[in-house]
Design a protein around this ligand. Structure first.
Ligand SMILES: Nc1nc2c(ncn2[C@@H]2O[C@H](COP(=O)(O)OP(=O)(O)OP(=O)(O)O)[C@@H](O)[C@H]2O)c(=O)[nH]1
Ligand SMILES: [Mg+2]
Length: 298
């Protein structure tokens, strides 16, 4: 039988270093939501890609995780940190992502969480921001001195630079074993989850600084009628004033959020989507553990 490799790889790091952008680039699909604001990702999201690397068919099962929180501690933040710990508990390899030129105590805190017995690769992301690529060398050395890494890989997730080098370094750390999933599998998350996430991404990208942190999205209805996905979604906010800000003057803001989210869903699901969205006030949702559980935060 042909040799194959397969393994689960956790993608961890402090908020905003580009973990989700990296996973999306590796699986070549905008699967996990991204934004310029920290703490965009709130759930573990699996991204699977099966391809031949170094002449060996290899299945990479990436687990994108929320940025590890060292500051806030409401119930939502605790849930997010727990998701990181769970993702690190049972993996074949770990990608610890940092941003070139910036090594903070939040980065080293995450590094301390990475298990010792599992191959660990340091990913130095956003090298496209450097005019002179040679400038990254001292930083790579600084990172390499922190721990015994299987590899230290400089790359740009956004510009898809040096991703093959990462895949090659990573593939040799994965065990020789049969694939866990079908070769065309992309994620284990249901479309309902992906739909809610698309809307959350637009909130992070289109509404003011603090507001997205006080919102979440639930899907109230998801049915397929004559090949068309019919989706009803609610955006839950903390206060009535937030509701007005999301709806915007004459409903313009909400219209744009829904329209952009729908277009993304149509691309991702490869089919037509009818989306209706409402904004509802549900104060304190992010502080209440049992509410979080009913909202699908695990
Ligand atoms: N210039 C540059 N920007 C990048 C790169 N990768 C990610 N970014 C940007 O960095 C920001 C954060 O990216 P995300 O992928 O959402 O970061 P994250 O680590 O998943 O963030 P959280 O989920 O909030 O922890 C976004 O504005 C991205 O466009 C890169 O290679 N180069
Ligand atoms: Mg993310």
């Amino acid at each position: 039988m042909e040799t194959t490799r397969c393994g689960v790889i956790a993608v961890v790091g402090r908020p905003n270093v580009g973990k989700s952008t990296l996973m999306n680039a590796l699986v070549r699909e905008h699967l996990s939501i991204t934004s310029s604001k920290p703490q965009t990702t709130r759930h573990r999201v699996l991204g699977v890609i099966t391809e031949t690397v170094k002449n060996t068919p290899t299945q990479f099962i990436f687990v994108d995780t929320p940025g590890f929180q060292t500051k806030h501690s409401n119930a939502l933040n605790k849930t997010m940190n727990r998701a990181v710990m769970t993702a690190l508990a049972d993996v074949h390899a770990v990608l610890w992502v940092v941003e070139q030129g910036k090594l903070t105590s939040a980065d080293t805190r995450v590094l301390e969480l990475c298990p010792q017995h599992v191959p660990l690769i340091a990913v130095v992301n956003k090298v496209d921001m450097l005019k002179d690529k040679g400038l990254v060398l001292p930083f790579l050395q600084k990172v390499a001195d922190l721990r015994s890494f299987a590899a230290v890989v400089p790359l740009s997730a956004e510009s898809a630079l040096n991703l093959d080098a990462l895949k090659e370094a990573l593939s040799t750390t994965l065990p020789e074993q049969a694939f866990y999933y079908d070769e065309d599998m992309l994620t284990d998350r249901p479309e309902k989850f992906l739909a809610a996430e698309r809307i959350r991404e637009k909130l992070f990208r289109l509404v003011g600084d603090e507001l997205p942190y006080t919102c979440t999205v639930v899907i109230d209805r998801f049915v397929i009628e004559e090949g068309r996905r019919m989706i009803h979604a609610s955006i839950l906010v903390d206060r009535a004033s937030h509701k007005a800000m999301i709806i915007g003057k004459g409903g313009e803001k909400l219209k744009r959020i829904a329209s952009e989210a729908r277009q993304d869903m149509e691309r991702l699901f490869d089919g037509s989507v009818h989306l209706e969205t409402w904004v509802k006030v549900r104060g304190g949702w992010a502080d209440n553990a049992s509410v979080l559980q009913t909202l699908g935060y695990d």
